[in-house]
Design a protein around this ligand. Structure first.
Ligand code: GDP
Ligand code: MN
Length: 421
């Protein structure tokens, strides 16, 4: 019984830790049209395309960029995959449409400003602020190609599959034997032999083998030079002109490289991100938005996860993961508090601080200052322990704020759940 409970708690913590780590690792995601432009610079074959943000722009683009086209692909630009099979909240099915040129304006109008929901967006969906108009290629074959960072070989890993178009999860389930993996020695770089192995894995039917090897090498060059954490081309397509073409790509970049990838990081589109996470990133807080009702402010990732688990154990659900860190300033505490109180789903706030390097009086002053600046409509439960705890408690008491104080973590979680529901 106890073991079962422990397992449950640990697995929950691990999944949050996973999400946190993932976000730490691949912070920047760019739009398809931006990725295509970057790939084009590296000599990678991409469909000709132009991104537009209004029906008028779409009309102009058709006339100037595609005077001879009969059909075009109209693609919603959101920072999430699965668009082809997505549905707009307006009812329109599909975020990617192949249409006759005289229908382009109509479709651009139906997509722009609308919310597209896909397997990857969550039920709230993402707003389409741009559509990407692309030449329609006659695809004769769809394959899968990706470069990622591999923990086991501690370096770049190229993944290729002769089938593509559907997600790698589905490919792994349906065609596990067709997926090949080629680790690359990051010091040596990609060799002709490595690239040839990848091309064998893609097994193009008509594309020239030498050209294909060159395309793979160019993709690898981009991955390294641009500090990517992921470069996924799906589909890597073959056209009737016997060429490999990156028909759709997802590129992620390592946040730690922002200082030397200024042009790429300038492409960040905050309108596609969770606004709570955008604000948190500005204040340099470790924050992940979740769907529950209890806002958490905790110091230390481990304590933050334990706090979330105990909330869950008492029948509540956390609204976020927030680690204010070991040496947060009063200003950061104020920012953290603002993010929690501006979240309409939050019905109670639980502050759980174990003072070490982080001092309880700093947290207390932060809470008091924040309370002066925001309209505090929800109950706040505070549990302070550790360095300067007495000063912290005194500051809270003398502030005149109505706070619910708790003795320990269990007591705090119980009180927060009671207060929220
Ligand atoms: P995703 O659903 O977000 O991955 O969007 P994609 O850009 O991959 O588009 C979905 C699907 O549309 C692709 O897997 C292709 O089958 C199809 N598609 C996209 N562009 C073209 C094109 O130029 N020609 C043809 N025939 N199909 C295309
Ligand atoms: Mn795709």
């Amino acid at each position: 019984m106890v073991r079962g409970l422990l397992n449950k708690l640990v697995s929950r913590s691990l999944s949050v830790a996973g999400k946190w780590q993932q976000q730490q690792l691949r912070r920047l995601n760019i739009h398809e049209y931006q990725g295509a432009e970057l790939m084009n610079k590296y000599g990678i074959n991409v469909p000709k395309g132009i991104a537009v943000s209004s029906v008028d722009e779409a009309k102009n683009a058709v006339q100037t960029a595609f005077p001879d086209a009969k059909e075009l692909v109209v693609k919603s630009q959101i920072l999430a995959g699965g668009r082809g099979l997505g549905t707009f909240k307006s009812g329109l099915k599909g975020g990617v449409h192949i249409v006759k040129v005289d229908q382009v304006e109509d479709y651009a109008g139906k997509m722009l400003g609308q919310i597209l929901v896909t397997k990857q967006t969550g039920p709230q969906g993402k707003v389409v602020s741009k559509v990407y108009l692309c030449e329609k290629l006659s695809l004769t074959n769809e394959m899968y190609f990706a470069i990622t960072l591999d923990r086991i070989t501690a370096g770049p890993l190229i993944i290729a599959c002769r089938k593509g178009g559907t997600s790698i999860e589905d490919l792994a389930e349906n065609f596990p034997d067709m997926i090949i993996k080629v680790p690359i020695d990051v010091f040596q770089g990609i060799t002709d032999e490595d690239a040839a192995k990848v091309v064998d894995g893609l097994a193009p039917k008509t594309a020239d083998r030498k050209d294909s090897i060159e395309q793979v090498k160019k993709l690898y060059k981009l991955f390294c030079e641009c500090d990517c954490t992921l470069l996924e081309v799906n589909p890597m397509a073959e056209t009737s002109e016997n060429q490999l073409v990156a028909a759709d790509a997802k590129l992620n970049f390592d946040d730690n490289a922002a200082f030397r990838q200024k042009a790429i990081f300038a492409l960040r589109d905050p309108t596609q991100e969770d606004p709570r996470e955008v604000d948190a990133a500005k204040a340099d807080l470790n924050y992940i938005g979740l769907d529950g009702e209890i806002g958490c402010m905790v110091n230390g990732a481990g304590l933050a996860m334990a706090t979330m688990d105990i909330i869950k154990l008492h029948g509540g659900t956390p609204a976020n993961f927030l680690d204010v860190g070991g040496n947060a300033s009063e200003g950061q505490v104020v920012e953290a508090f603002k993010i929690l109180t501006s979240d309409e789903k939050v019905k109670a706030i639980l502050v759980n601080i174990f003072g070490g390097i982080m001092k309880c009086d700093v947290i207390a002053s932060g809470i008091v200052n924040a309370a002066k600046q925001v309209d505090l409509k929800v109950p706040v439960v505070v549990r302070l322990e550790g360095t300067n705890v007495d000063q912290g408690k005194r500051i809270l008491k003398e502030s005149g704020l109505t706070l619910i104080t708790a003795e320990d973590l269990d007591d705090a979680a119980e009180k927060a759940v009671k207060a929220a529901y």
